[in-house]
Ligand binder design. Structure first.
Ligand SMILES: *Cc1c(COP(=O)(O)O)cnc(C)c1O
Length: 417
């Protein structure tokens, strides 16, 4: 059914969809079943042995999840995907399939809060060392990467630091050390940026954000380009997977070794809701990026606003890289701005009316939060600063409402600061 000539806007709706197999419904059915029934012992045996494709049990694979996997593979231009119960589950699956005790990962330091905690607490406990470097400083990466490095990890746009690393240069650096580049592309979505085209090897998302777009389901996905060769002298535990699956070895390892056994599976209802959201991804993203640019411009001129951090502003240190990398699509839907003090931020947040105050991003609704006193409250000063979190910072995830209404709400709340 899928026509490879279709443009992204069409693929996002019709690509990798097989309505004939769904009794011709136009949305993928929700296979809400813990397990699947088989007619014969021979058949189930063949599926367990991997001789035949099939659905056994929801934690392993599920037809609704499978539909989203095929869609995400197509949209990122990869080879194969695994959907997961959350973005954090995707990061866990993606990296534990590569690393074991004694290994090193080099990661950008502008990280989603739970990713930071996963690396610094959980991975450390498992004997995996994650070295953090300034995400947009290529020299810092060069100094940290060595032949022991098993993977490089980076977010396309850090938040709320709003920094934009050079993905092509990081991919080249990774490959010079025979390591894969793993990119968390949540903030850009494949509409704005496709990391595989810039040399990345593995892409993952929290689908909770822009891909779902409605704040209605938590989820994640790991997508493999299939191009990275996990050489056996460096990655000896890939042996079985390479023998069994060739260039599908990585995704098979993610799935068979980590996903199934850690139980990081996605509820089929969540895949269904994510796919409903995906249908309108392009329209939403176009509006997100144009609204965010207008909000940034408005705040930048506001007398009570001390600074605005948005890659779309020419004065942003990330502007040149963002412009080159996102190829005119835009600069994302997120920004941060500074007020006089922490109290001023609290005054502002107390007074927003249309805008929601909550911990999420990428929703069609405009959202604000004061990260210093919320997500990052239990972090040391050093970690907060490395992540660009200061007491005067408000983060905005700009939604798709009428721009006039967003600006008016910002205006009336700022008046009360
Ligand atoms: C939200 C987010 C995650 C974690 O995703 P969950 O779905 O909340 O588990 C990871 N990376 C980025 C960039 C995020 O924004």
């Amino acid at each position: 059914m899928a026509n490879n000539q279709w443009k992204f806007e069409t693929q996002v709706i019709h690509g990798a969809q097989f309505p004939d197999q769904w009794k011709c419904t136009t949305v993928a059915p929700i296979y809400q079943s813990a397990s699947h029934r088989f007619e014969t012992a021979e058949e189930l045996s063949d599926v367990f042995a991997g001789k035949k494709q099939g659905f056994i049990y929801q934690r392993l694979r599920n037809p609704t999840n499978d539909t989203l996997e095929k869609k995400m593979t197509l949209l990122e231009g990869g080879l194969e995907s695994v959907v997961t119960g959350s973005g954090m589950a995707a990061i866990t699956d993606a990296l534990l399939a590569i690393c074991m005790a004694g290994d090193e990962i080099v990661s950008g330091n502008s990280l989603f809060m739970s990713t930071y905690l996963l690396f610094n607490n959980v991975f450390k406990k498992l004997g995996i060392t994650v070295k953090l470097v300034e995400s947009a400083d290529l020299n810092a990466w060069k100094a940290a990467v060595n032949d022991k490095t098993k993977a490089l990890f980076v977010e396309t746009i850090g938040n709320p630091k709003m920094d934009v690393p050079d993905i092509k240069a990081l991919a080249d650096l990774a490959h010079a050390h025979r390591a894969p580049l793993v990119v968390d592309n949540t903030m850009a979505t494949p509409w704005m940026f496709r990391p595989f085209e810039f040399g990345a090897d593995i892409v993952l998302h929290s689908t909770t954000k822009y891909l779902n777009g409605h704040g209605s389901a938590v989820g994640g996905v790991v997508i493999d380009s299939g191009k990275f060769d996990f050489a056996l002298d460096k990655y000896p535990d890939f042996k079985l997977f390479k023998e069994r699956k060739g260039n599908l070895a990585y995704i098979d390892k993610v799935w068979r070794e980590i996903h199934i056994n850690f139980g990081t599976s996605q509820a089929p209802l969540h895949s269904f809701l994510t796919m409903i959201g995906l249908d309108t991804l392009v329209l939403r993203m176009e509006r997100h990026v144009s609204n965010a640019a207008k909000v940034a411009e408005y705040l930048d001129k506001h007398p009570k606003v001390k600074w605005v951090n948005f890659p779309g502003l020419p004065k942003s240190p990330a502007h040149a890289m963002a412009k080159k990398q996102f190829q005119g699509k835009g600069y994302g839907g997120m920004l941060a701005f500074g007020l006089e003090s922490e109290k001023a931020c609290f005054d502002f947040i107390r007074n927003v009316k249309l805008i929601y105050h909550l911990a999420n991003l990428g929703d069609c609704k405009t959202l604000v939060i004061h990260p210093w006193s919320s997500q990052y409250i239990n972090f040391t000063e050093d970690v907060r600063r490395a992540n660009g979190i200061t007491p005067d910072l408000v983060r905005v995830s700009v939604g798709i409402e009428a721009i006039d209404d967003i600006l008016e709400d910002l205006d009336q709340a700022l008046k009360k600061v």
